[in-house]
Design a protein around this ligand. Structure first.
Ligand code: GH3
Ligand code: MG
Length: 585
């Protein structure tokens, strides 16, 4: 901490007694001469004049000498009100008649020191003022460190929470509204990974300074941690201001660029919440904005979402799911259904994809699109995935024991599992536990999961492949995998993303992309599955283009384990290849 030693002093003397005032002025002049300092003294006789001078003063005072017996204030009130108005200036109280008790009380109320008026000697007076200034500078610096984030210099989370609670109270008093916009940089991990942490840090600093310049002192700007920031606004006339603040934030962040090896651009997703009742807690308002930000992230990176009551209902539903999930995993309310994958030429079931299902305690089916993100966000997914892996292996064992001609079962693997260094071993342990041959189990990993977790994923996948467990790359075409990368990674099967398949007939580009993917995959020796096949013409076109296998509602929706066993037995019994009886398009 560097504290500057002052070469010149500017002191505000508040003393109504002309004699005492003169004595103090003389002591100050003499003391500063002795200390070889220039000292400018401004003297006033009332608290009101002092306030006027302080509010109009361009160069603030270094210290205040305050008489406790002023005509327009009583006792220590003058001290406390001045302390609030100028918290960065040390106030030294002047007491009369060796009044030790008044001096001690003044210290408790925030005075930097006290001196007896009757005993104002030049050198001790100057020394007291200088020490008080130094202590105040230390105090201010320590406070700044405690309140701010060291990287960006913005307010930190704790201070922002205090400001929010002040904002709610002041809006209640003024019968206006207050709001918070939370924002989080999109794909910041990738920026760190690709360009390095130094560039990531620079980006955070630039965001902080560009937004401070844009928003000025009308708003409170804070860095809550990581790549998450907040803007707090008070005394709003209507909630319409909130999207406007959000657009300014989004525009500023999108205009920033940091030079690395290439230009690094950023975007942010913003969630806003406002209150015009004054009857809300800081935590509640923050939770609402957080929910809205989560919505913005999910709907589209770089967008804004404003909290509304529907989100509250959704949040309650999510909370309920979160509460029930662990015990429902234990109680087998989560289970697998299986969607057949058919050979493109013979239309025989050659594999199945295991899909997670949840029937809650009221008997209602809950969509994986709702529960998977929650399980993932709140770290329940590893437990759920382990249970489903165990179920899949146990079913394969049971089918085999019952003489069902079992086909390979593929399971979807989440980014969280891929990052777990033990994931590969856990899969092998489940296979051993149920005595299942490795080729009957396959793992499906999306292209974006692989791209975002390349190093952690590689070791797990290589272990699985070396033991004979098949590895599928799922949703292919939506990420940015390069050909050379694909060749280096241990995949055997590539699943073309359904978004291309559903547009196959209408969109010439989708057709061209599918054709290119198939040509490339064949050159690299991959087995190719097209998922999301819903119509006969899609099926015919994909077969003509050379895909190996097909999956989709045109053939079958997901079926129970029991129904799958029946289908496999029927298929075995049947002499001629035929379309599935479950066809349900
Ligand atoms: P999303 O689009 O969902 O926000 O994804 P994201 O990649 O931005 O991930 P997320 O917001 O969940 O994580 C933020 C990352 O920011 C995590 C951490 O690696 C990184 N990070 C946290 N603090 C710092 C920091 O001080 N400097 C740098 N360079 N990176 C940080
Ligand atoms: Mg982020």
């Amino acid at each position: 901490m560097i504290i500057a030693t002052k070469q010149s002093l500017s002191v505000l003397l508040i003393e109504d007694n002309p004699g005492d005032r003169r004595l103090a002025e003389i002591a100050l002049q003499e003391g500063s001469l002795e200390a070889r300092l220039s000292c400018e003294v401004s003297s006033v006789g009332t608290l009101a004049d002092a306030r006027a001078l302080l509010s109009g003063s361009l160069s603030p005072f270094d210290a205040i000498l305050l008489d406790l017996g002023l005509p327009d204030t009583t006792g220590l009130n003058g001290l406390t009100s001045l302390g609030r108005a100028c918290p960065d200036i040390p106030i030294i109280v002047l007491t009369g008649n060796s009044d030790l008790a008044a001096g001690t009380e003044a210290l408790k109320q925030g005075a930097a020191d006290y001196l007896d008026k009757a005993d104002l000697l030049p050198r001790p007076l100057l020394r007291t003022i200088q020490y008080a200034i130094e202590r105040k500078q230390h105090e201010v610096e320590l406070l700044r460190l405690a309140q701010t984030d060291p990287l960006t210099g913005l307010l930190n989370r704790r201070t922002m929470l205090t400001r929010m609670s002040d904002a709610i109270a002041s809006s209640r008093d003024s019968q206006t509204g207050c709001a918070i916009c939370l924002f989080d940089i999109d794909h910041f991990k990738e920026i760190n990974d690709v360009y390095g942490h130094r560039i990531g840090d620079n980006l955070l600093k630039q965001i902080a300074s560009a937004l401070s310049a844009e928003l000025g002192s009308d708003y409170t700007l804070a860095r809550l941690g990581g790549d998450e920031f907040a803007v707090v606004a008070t005394e709003l006339e209507s909630a319409e201001s909130v999207p406007k603040i959000a657009s300014r934030v989004i525009a500023v962040i999108e205009s920033i660029s940091v030079d690395g090896d290439a230009r690094v651009a950023a975007s942010a997703s913003v969630g806003g919440a406002s209150d015009f009742t004054g009857d809300i807690s800081t935590e509640e308002l923050l939770a609402q904005a957080d929910l809205a930000m989560y919505k913005a992230k999910v709907s589209r990176r770089g967008s804004f979402s404003l909290f509304d009551d529907a989100m509250n209902a959704e949040a309650q539903q999510a909370n309920e799911m979160l509460r029930n999930m662990p015990s429902d995993i234990e109680d087998d309310r989560f289970f697998l259904e299986f969607q057949p994958i058919l050979d493109a030429q013979t239309h025989e079931i050659v594999a199945v994809e295991g899909l997670a299902r949840w029937r809650d305690r009221s008997g209602q089916m809950i969509s994986p699109a709702d529960f998977i993100p929650i399980a993932e966000k709140f770290d329940i997914l590893p437990r759920l995935a382990a249970k489903l892996l165990d179920d899949a292996c146990s079913l394969i064992r049971a089918w085999s024991d019952a003489g069902v001609p079992v086909v390979p079962v593929s399971l979807n693997i989440s980014p969280v599992q891929c990052r777990d260094p033990l994931f590969g071993l856990l899969v092998l342990a489940a296979l051993t536990k149920h005595q299942v041959r490795p080729h009957l189990l396959k793992v499906e990993i999306t292209e974006s999961t692989i791209m975002n977790n390349l190093d952690q994923t590689r070791a797990n996948l290589e272990l699985l492949r070396s033991r004979g467990v098949g590895v599928h790359i799922d949703d292919f075409g939506t990420g940015y995998s390069s050909l050379s990368l694909l060749r280096d990674l241990p995949f055997d099967t590539l699943k073309i993303d359904r978004s291309f398949i559903c547009n196959l007939e209408q969109d010439a580009d989708a057709g061209a992309i599918v054709e290119a993917i198939i040509a490339m995959a064949k050159r690299l020796g991959f087995h190719i599955i097209a998922e999301g096949v819903e119509t006969e013409s899609q099926m015919e076109l994909l077969t003509k283009l050379g895909v190996d296998a097909l999956q989709g509602f045109y053939f079958s929706k997901s079926v129970s384990s029991q129904r799958l066993a029946e289908l496999l037995l029927e298929q075995q019994a049947s002499q001629s290849p035929r379309k599935l009886a479950t066809r349900s398009a």
